[in-house]
Design a protein around this ligand. Structure first.
Ligand SMILES: [Zn+2]
Length: 367
């Protein structure tokens, strides 16, 4: 199946790993061999049958605006250099046709996804130039609000977006850059879906009904997504996937807050929490729970609106889906649940290719 269908993953943080561990110096690393303490290298991409990967060029929200912009450009440069360094295995992809062609040629189509609207430093000119450098989606926020859009994990300021946020979405639609609604607040999701001309993506999210994490997508938004034509690419991040883990982490946070309000010092809190952790071992998320998210999104939005977005090397990975070599295990699970091969092919990549193609068509019409 994966020889015929380009398995397209929405989110992998290898570029930041290469920056933080190797100072972005590709002469210090050989990705054709197994890369220790990572979830991604070329042999495992091959084993997993990966056809296309959105490489995340995430930068921290703590960076001041102009530094965020510069660092994003440096991360984009790193993806370009990766493609140049491994020409037999990776090729930069800028269009839906590129994904299909590069996959057919036996290489991994390499797309660039910007994670966080802070990367454009409040500049539509920067957004346009980042598109020209190859960025094909932008997540409107990361974990903090931008000046123009609310994040799921910050205090709401705008209850969606302001006028500049609307301009950003319109400009992205005009360019053919996918609007990514992972990380944004539910009100920002609804706001974008009211005004978007092109299908949106969630590059790495789950269903809120399956796991009540604010980063996940509520059912009313899944219904709106059906009309929009977009796709939720299901994440493998344990605390977004498993309600058991999410509950455990909330319990743990409550305990830390209790110790802090009791006036304990950081070392005391550390010691108490070590004991707490051994009394309360963390549950482990599993591949089957990922499939539960896919089931639910299919049931509410439809089979045309589900994909995969692992977040490998950014916190993703769980029992049965430990690294990029393991995608075939998810295919087996979906077939076992009665999905047709045609439906599995949609989830693995055809839905995302369709969404990108639609966004390109709408941009061409706008021009
Ligand atoms: Zn993320």
């Amino acid at each position: 199946m994966l020889r015929l269908v380009p398995l397209t993953d929405g989110h992998n943080d290898l570029p930041w790993l290469l920056r933080s561990r190797f100072k972005s110096d590709l002469s210090l690393v050989d990705l054709t061999k197994s890369l220790a303490n990572s979830q991604t290298d070329i042999p495992r991409l091959r084993e997993g049958g990966v056809g296309a990967q959105f490489w995340s060029v995430w930068v921290p929200t703590s960076l001041p605006g102009s530094e965020a912009l510069q660092t994003t450009i440096e991360q984009i440069d790193l993806v370009h250099r990766l493609c140049d360094a491994y020409p037999k295995d990776l090729e930069l992809a800028l269009t839906s046709d590129d994904i299909v062609r590069i996959h057919r040629s036996g290489k991994v189509a390499s797309l660039i996804g910007m994670e966080g609207g802070h990367s454009i430093n409040n500049s539509l000119a920067a957004l346009r130039m980042l598109y020209r450098l190859g960025a094909r989606y932008m997540t409107l926020t990361h974990s903090k609000n931008t000046d123009w859009a609310d994040s799921a994990t910050d205090t709401p300021k705008l209850n969606g977006m302001n006028g500049f946020g609307e301009s950003v979405v319109k400009e992205m639609n005009r360019l053919g850059m996918l609007v990514d609604l992972s990380h944004v607040s539910a009100d920002t999701m609804r706001h974008v879906l009211r005004i978007a001309k092109a299908p949106v993506i969630f590059s790495h999210s789950g269903s809120r009904a399956v796991c009540d994490n604010p980063r996940n997508v509520p059912d009313d938004v899944l219904s709106l997504l059906k009309a929009n034509g977009g796709v939720v690419m299901v994440v493998f991040l344990p605390s977004y996937v498993s309600a058991r883990i999410h509950d455990h982490e909330r319990m743990r946070d409550v305990e830390v807050a209790r110790l802090r309000s009791a006036g304990k010092s950081d070392p005391e809190i550390g010691a108490s929490m070590a004991a707490w952790d051994s009394d309360h071992p963390a549950p482990k998320a599993t591949l089957k729970e990922v499939a539960d998210h896919i089931d639910h999104i299919r049931d509410v939005a439809g089979i045309d609106h589900v994909g995969i977005g692992s977040d490998f090397d950014g916190g993703g990975g769980l029992v049965g889906l430990e690294d990029v070599s393991k995608y075939p295990a998810l295919i087996v699970e979906l077939l076992r649940r009665g999905y047709s091969e045609e439906d599995v092919a949609k989830v693995m990549g055809l839905n995302l290719v369709r969404v990108l193609r639609d966004a390109e068509r709408i941009a061409a019409q706008a021009k």
